[in-house]
Ligand binder design. Sequence first.
Ligand code: CA
Length: 137
Amino acid sequence: MIELLYLASQIQCGTNGSPINVNIDIYQNSQLVRTISVEEKVLLPVDSVRDLTFKYSFVNSSCNPSTPTEMVLAPNDLVPDLPGAYEQQSIQEILDGLNDYEELFLVELGTTNTASSAYDLQDVMMIVNNNPVVFAD
Ligand SMILES: [Ca+2]
């Protein structure tokens, strides 16, 4: 069992455009399991976030996501050299606050060009809890 927390999304449609709401469709073995929006938390019956696949959709936006780039970081992993986006904490600060059974799942949806200033891997951020507290009924 893992628990996913959709921590934040931070992407806008165009320069100075309005913020985009991003929904995440969660798939297991090509089956849609859940759709979550920001700040939602969901328990999933898998051993690892790598057993899942994700599709990202923009809600009520004239923009469309580019091909997603996903990255999973464990607390002691090296952080890619990227600036913090907008008012978000930097990736390093979030990683430093994680427990050793948690991982940070980062997604870039604006561009596939790693040299672009839009390439910040913070369009969607999730926290993966690999040791969730599960209450039995
Ligand atoms: Ca971005």
